[in-house]
Design a protein around this ligand. Structure first.
Ligand code: SF4
Length: 336
């Protein structure tokens, strides 16, 4: 399949315009994400319609805590990524891409939407597991069709996408979870191969458009766990996106090329305490043996609104419109 976002230059060179890398490719070359290549002056995909992984997941696993809490969502992912994080927790599908001739099944948007409609108690489709930007050509028509059938669309992303494709998505994706991997461009350059500024720009664009937005921050010992830097991040979220933006501070475990020990729980708790000075909803994720920082609490009257134990979610004190049943604060969560 031909790629949607690219331009043709002289001598059959093509330039991808999907993400800020803007790879320029000679005939026969492949992009950083390994999902787009130059076939004699035409940019084509190696992952056309390919689904590497799928499942009916709790929405909390994305993680989204303020968007249909307690619901399930059909989740799909493909191969490839436009970042090269040394600590990638899904590296088997993000950093490995089978070549375009490997005979993998090409899924059509109609098939994916039909499956989503058939699954019991499913609210929609999440584009997740690997970076959905690099399967834009499958995600976009699928999300458009899903929306027409009243399914919800969720994108779980590193936020590294150019403004034009993002604006197309913003109209059809209901909720985003975006990774903010650090508040430091040097970290982005060295550890991910990307840049911080486009991610910040995209976070602001998503919020400005009014889409539901939650942020994930994976805390890695000795790499992005500076308290000072984290506080700068929390302040930025407060000022640019609003204090009601849910933030998930997640525990790192050794994966792929990185062998640092898992994040000490005390570090996560400390960062959460700082974050709560600027943000109303701050959660701790991946701390499997503990429920610290998992409940949703009303910032006005301190009532526990939603209780979580692992992926077991109980909505306790939220009305059908997402407001606190005790003091009326809100809306806090999206329920319709
Ligand atoms: S999507 Fe892939 S090919 Fe396109 S600019 Fe980004 S990394 Fe390069």
């Amino acid at each position: 399949m031909e790629a949607l976002y690219y331009r043709q230059l002289e001598n059959k060179v093509v330039q991808c315009t999907l993400c800020p890398h803007e790879c320029k490719l000679k005939s026969g070359s492949i992009g950083i994400c390994k999902t787009r290549y130059n076939d004699n002056g035409v940019m084509k995909l190696t992952n056309s319609g390919v689904i590497a992984s799928s499942g009916l997941d709790p929405i909390e696993k994305k993680p989204l805590y303020h968007f249909f809490p307690g619901s399930k969502i059909y989740s799909i992912g493909s191969y490839g990524c436009n970042m090269k994080c040394s600590f990638c927790q899904n590296y088997e599908i993000s950093q490995y891409v089978p070549d375009g001739n490997s005979g993998l099944k090409e899924n059509l948007p109609q098939d994916i939407v039909n499956k989503a409609l058939f699954l019991p108690q499913n609210i929609g489709i999440a584009y997740t597991y690997n970076e959905p930007t690099v399967f834009f050509e499958l995600m976009y028509p699928t999300a458009k069709l899903a929306k027409s059938k009243n399914l919800k669309n969720v994108m779980v992303s590193n936020g590294y996408i150019n403004p034009d494709p993002l604006h197309e998505l913003i109209d059809i994706i209901d909720a985003f979870n975006i990774d903010l991997k650090a508040f430091n461009n040097e970290f982005y350059r060295k550890q991910t191969g990307g840049k911080l500024v486009p991610v910040l720009r995209n976070l602001k664009a998503i919020k400005k458009n009014g889409n539901h937005l939650e942020i994930s921050f994976l805390v890695i010992p000795n790499l992005n766990d500076s308290t000072h830097e984290a506080i700068e991040m929390f302040k930025w979220i407060n000022e640019m996106l609003g204090s009601d933006t849910p933030l998930h501070i997640n525990r790192y475990y050794p994966a792929y090329k990185l062998n640092e020990p898992p994040t000490p729980p005390e570090k996560l708790i400390e960062l959460r305490e700082y974050a709560m000075q600027y943000l109303k909803f701050v959660y701790i994720g991946n701390l499997h043996f503990s429920d610290i920082g998992t409940n949703t609490v009303c910032p006005s009257c301190n009532t526990t609104l939603i209780e979580r134990h692992g992926y077991n979610t109980k909505i306790k004190m939220v009305d059908s419109k997402g407001y606190c049943k005790i003091c009326g604060y809100g809306p806090i969560v999206v329920l319709s």
